[in-house]
Design a protein around this ligand. Structure first.
Ligand code: ZN
Length: 434
């Protein structure tokens, strides 16, 4: 870690910011928030009218659509949405992500729905981010000499800022031919492997077949919902005691797993307000306490998170999560006995299918008001029967009318974000009820 800013952030995140208790953490958040509000009022047109003594609850909320619509007024650096989009798109086309704008890195988010998000990060923010990610990622017993392999959909200059003598990064393009990627991965011999679960699964299969030898100290799942079946498969094939996760999106680095493999919110850098969906599920509303080029303020993320019921054994004051469930708009919506649309959370479907046997991969898509398509691989009549049994149990437990369920051949997706449970049907009722 050659850069002082990265080292400083690394050290602060790793060793200095140890909160005595929850109150100490919240006092720290409040200090950072006050500083942010002062900055936003001066530098962002969107926040110019906010009173000096405003608290979090006084600030307007935003989501992807309003953030993008008001982008030019929001950012505190001299650039426009049109310029940023043009640069980010040309980077995606050429797979060259070295360009910058007003000194900032610019990228597009790999959103799963509709419009894409845009992010703008200054060099200082990039270093702080890199220091934080490293502090959360590197194993406790050894900090030096790590080789980190990153499988990403789109690179941006974020990761390049981190390479140094202490850690070497190697970037693998998910769009590159798989055989080429796996050969390079074997030669690189990563000590830390970071990839979406769909890619980890293919790497794990290559390891299990004996086509690839790897001995990473840690493996991180990123960028896609980690399905419990996939997690079990990857852990078994790669012989991992814990499969770690990083929850990182355009809106920030939001959660990481501790040594126990439990997800914790990065509440030393972000405030997460909770919009409850039921007793434990909530939609996070994110305020970033560090980023300034592009303020992220009370940003409604549209993901569904599940709070953990019991405290984590690691003793961290950072809130623990049970899991990240996926996109809010992938929540299935099935009519109950009296016809009322009832949300069926994606993870209820995935966890029901943990009990089904005879297949490796699956996809469940709601394609109509009362219609599901199910793909399983490999297909067999027995596997279909097993899936039908588990789904029937789930519908009964939830009191929803069993939807017409068709079994189709499994389509493998490479490059796009894998969603095992998806709502492809968008009815009027669906919009009204969610
Ligand atoms: Zn923990």
């Amino acid at each position: 870690m050659g850069k002082p800013r990265i080292v400083a952030e690394f050290a602060a995140t790793r060793w200095l910011r140890r909160w005595r208790d929850r109150d100490a953490l919240e006092a720290h958040q409040l200090r950072l928030l006050r500083r942010q509000i002062r900055f936003w009022r001066r530098h962002s047109r969107r926040f110019a009218d906010v009173p000096a003594d405003a608290g979090l609850a006084d600030l307007p909320t935003m989501d992807k659509a309003s953030m993008m619509a008001g982008f030019d007024d929001l950012v505190t650096v001299p650039l426009t949405r049109a310029q940023a989009e043009e640069l980010a798109l040309s980077g995606e086309r050429s797979r060259d992500f070295t360009g910058d704008l007003a000194g900032c890195s610019v990228g597009l988010s790999s959103g799963t729905t509709g419009h894409r998000g845009l992010f703008v990060v200054s060099p200082a923010e990039r270093d702080a981010w890199a220091g934080t990610v490293l502090a959360r990622t590197l194993p406790p017993h050894r900090l030096w000499g790590h080789r980190i392999a990153l499988f990403l959909r789109a690179d941006n200059t974020l990761y390049e800022s981190v390479g140094s003598r202490a850690v070497t990064f190697s970037y693998f393009d998910l769009y590159a031919p798989e055989a080429e990627n796996l050969a390079r991965l074997g030669a690189f011999a990563p000590t830390i492997l970071v990839a979406p679960p769909s890619m980890l699964r293919r790497i794990a299969d290559a390891v299990a077949r004996g086509d690839l030898t790897l001995a990473p100290e840690r493996v991180y799942a990123v960028a896609e919902v980690l399905d419990p079946r996939d997690a079990a498969h990857i852990r078994a094939a790669m012989n991992l005691p814990v499969l770690h996760q990083l929850y990182q999106c355009t809106e920030g680095f939001l959660a990481h797993t501790c040594a126990h493999g439990v997800l914790h919110l990065n509440e030393d850098h972000v405030i997460i307000e909770r919009e409850p969906l039921d007793e434990r599920r909530f939609v996070p509303v994110v305020t970033d306490l560090r980023r300034r080029a592009q303020p992220i303020v009370r940003y409604r993320l549209g993901d569904v998170l599940v709070a953990r019921e019991t405290p984590c054994l690691c003793g961290s004051v950072l809130s623990a999560l049970e899991r990240i469930e996926g996109r809010e708009d992938d929540t299935l919506l099935l009519p109950s006995a009296d016809g009322t649309p009832t949300p069926v959370f994606a993870d209820l479907v995935s966890r029901a299918l943990v009990h089904a046997d005879g297949f490796e991969e699956y996809r469940v898509r709601q394609v109509g008001r009362e219609a599901l398509d199910v793909e399983i691989s490999p297909y067999s009549a027995q596997a279909e029967a097993s899936v039908r049994t588990e789904l029937a149990t789930l519908w009964r437990q939830l009191g929803v009318r069993p939807p017409a369920t068709a079994f189709l051949p499994y389509r493998s997706v490479v490059g796009t974000k894998l969603r095992r449970v998806e709502r492809a049907w968008r009815g009027d009722d669906a919009d009204a009820a969610l």
